[in-house]
Design a protein around this ligand. Structure first.
Ligand SMILES: *Cc1c(COP(=O)(O)O)cnc(C)c1O
Length: 600
């Protein structure tokens, strides 16, 4: 029914273990299409709905009863509501984000784990930092086979949470992804486990997405299919799927395969531009599109073959273009996908500017769900405002056209925009330029004061600082009463292995109080001193304190958030400063004054 061959030389290979990867290039599964043909009834096949089980005859699975399915595939193909019209083409989106673990990888994992079960393996091993780990752990759970996941040690645990909950046995490896991948292979060889990932059998699962597209278009193939490329396995699957359908006479042509990469990880695009069939590994990759941040694409030659043999193309897009496309997909179509997936739309918009696609039928494959990796989008998003539960506070934002402005800002966060105090006219211009909004004088004044305060500490104002200052000002209530508390000064003494002590001067309702206290750290000491100075007033307790550093470097601005409670009333305060203690004090001031105004 099938055999394994080296993809480049087409020589048959006979593996001695459960590792289906060649030394010098990928292997492939060669299906006996006559056998496939003998197993399907054309009329019945064409009429039945596009479900993964329908395509089982195309898969290298010996016994259908061993197929492990969690309802992967059968994902919607949606006609674009707005973008297609604007681009003057018939545009469809293939929502692979709707697979069980939120990415297309599940199609391949279903096949790999089914094969692992047929081979009766004792465990599977996979190296990955994200969606592959989640998907393999999920299907391993369904197959009841232990799954060992090797990740580089700096992988954020948020990305692994899915794999952890599926019972993936995660091991962090000192080194980068390539080290983890090599170790995974060696462990699989040593223990006789199945090495899962972008190897020969995965393509056989991925190709069902191409069958589905053809079915969903009533066997009229589209003109082009846009696929993001990391290892290149997915686009190879699409190419193979369309070719098999063409060979069986279900479609009368094979669509052009258009592969998309991020500019900072464009190994396959580089090869395409040189008209080469081999892919050179990159020394390093740099992109926010984590799903396609690959330096050495395992299936690069297969991806290139899919592209060349269909008269396709390979295109790269910048991170900014990907993020903008991600935003447009959400805002214009209601489709929230990963930045990696949005690269397909970004590339399409680029090609449309060259006029390549007028009136054509194009499918953009949206490979993964937006909730998988929200960090890049949150990084450029303008923070939502926080207000007191009062209509007046809301109207203040509304009337200052806060919501008419931008919700994302694509600027270099670290670019310095004020190294010295701006004039009022300059400030108005900058607010207009970056936030698309006009602010009342009281806010401008407040912004000027904050900028001056930062500059006094020796901190030039970057775009990200400016963004935070403007927002903080809009959010800050002008609720200050004559009874409100201001911290006039503070000092902290600390050193190695001694308990820090802090001294504070507080002005409360015109009366000045001084107090000192110690704490386990400088911030703790200051808060204790403030508590000491204010015991006459509200007896608050500290419910929460957190700091966040959004930019990089030791001169970064610190955002402190602090929650105080008093008799069931909760008040949240925020402060921003390049000085962590000052930021905490500001957060304290606003939380305390908020508490005071409501506790009365
Ligand atoms: C894995 C992945 C890709 C890249 O697919 P390859 O098969 O490695 O080319 C693209 N997008 C998402 C969301 C992914 O998880």
């Amino acid at each position: 029914m099938y055999y394994l061959a080296d993809f480049s030389s087409k020589q048959r290979v006979e593996p001695g273990n459960f590792i289906f990867t060649g030394e010098n290039g990928p292997w492939e599964v060669v299906m006996d299409l006559d056998y496939v043909r003998s197993r399907i009834n054309n009329d019945y096949f064409k009429k039945s709905p596009p479900l993964n089980s329908k395509y089982l005859p195309f898969m290298p699975i010996k016994n259908c009863a061993s197929f492990i399915s969690l309802g992967e595939g059968a994902t919607p193909l949606i006609l674009s509501k707005h973008i297609g019209r604007e681009l003057n083409l018939e545009l469809y989106f293939k929502l692979e984000s709707q697979n069980p673990t939120g990415s297309f990888k599940d199609r391949g994992s279903a096949v790999e784990l089914s094969i692992a079960r047929e081979l009766n393996v004792k465990g599977i091993v996979v190296a990955s930092t994200g969606n592959m780990a989640a998907s393999c752990s999920c299907y391993a759970a369904a197959a009841q086979i232990p799954c060992f996941v090797f990740v580089p040690e700096d992988t954020p645990s948020s990305k692994l949470s899915q794999a952890i909950s599926y019972g993936g046995r995660i091991v962090q490896v000192k080194g980068n992804y390539n080290h983890a991948a090599r170790l995974a292979e060696e462990v699989a060889a040593e223990l006789g486990f199945y090495l899962a990932g972008d190897y020969a059998f995965r393509v056989e699962g991925q190709k069902s997405a191409a069958f589905e597209i053809a079915d969903q278009m009533y066997f009229q193939a589209p003109d082009a299919v846009m696929v993001p490329m990391g290892c290149g396995t997915n686009i190879a699957g699409y190419g193979k799927g369309f070719k098999e359908y063409f060979a069986l006479g279900f479609i009368d042509r094979v669509p052009r395969m258009i592969g998309v990469q991020a500019e900072g990880a464009a190994s396959i695009v580089n090869a395409f531009q040189k008209n080469s069939r081999t892919v050179e590994a990159l020394d390093r990759v740099q992109t926010i599109a984590s799903g396609i941040a690959v330096s050495k694409p395992l299936d690069g030659v297969k991806a290139l073959d899919a592209i060349y043999s269909t008269n396709g193309e390979a295109v790269s897009v910048s991170d900014k273009e990907a993020l903008e496309a991600q935003y447009i997909l959400s805002k214009e179509e209601g489709l929230f996908v990963e930045a990696s997936s949005a690269t397909t739309l970004a590339a399409l918009m680029k090609l449309c500017r060259k006029g390549t696609f007028a009136n054509r039928r194009v499918v953009c494959v949206l490979t993964g769900h937006g909730l998988k990796d929200p960090a890049p989008l949150l990084n450029v998003a303008i923070k939502p405002p926080t207000i007191y539960p009062e209509v007046g506070d809301f109207l203040k934002l509304y009337e200052n056209s806060f919501f008419e402005g931008k919700t994302l800002a694509f600027f270099d966060k670290e670019e310095v925009i004020f190294a010295e105090n701006p004039t009022r006219t300059e400030l108005v211009q900058y607010v207009q330029k970056y936030f698309n909004t006009k602010l009342a004088d009281e806010y401008l004044k407040h912004i000027e004061d904050t900028i001056a305060k930062f500059l006094k500490k020796g901190k030039p104002i970057t775009f990200s600082d400016f963004q935070d200052i403007v927002q903080d000002v809009l959010e800050t209530s002008n609720r200050a009463t004559e009874r409100s508390v201001t911290v006039e000064d503070f000092s902290v003494q600390t050193g190695k292995d001694i308990k820090p002590t802090a001294k504070v001067t507080v002005n409360a309702g015109g009366v000045r109080y001084e107090a000192s206290a110690s704490g386990v750290g400088p911030v703790d000491a200051v808060i204790n001193a403030l508590k000491e100075a204010l015991t006459q007033r509200i007896d608050f307790s500290l419910a929460n304190y957190s700091v966040q550093i959004r930019s990089q470097g030791t001169s970064a601005v610190v955002y402190a958030e602090l929650k105080l409670t008093h008799k069931g009333v909760v008040s949240l305060g925020k402060g921003t400063s390049p000085d962590i203690i000052q930021a905490s004090i500001e957060a304290f001031e606003s939380a305390y004054n908020g508490l005071a105004s409501r506790a009365e």
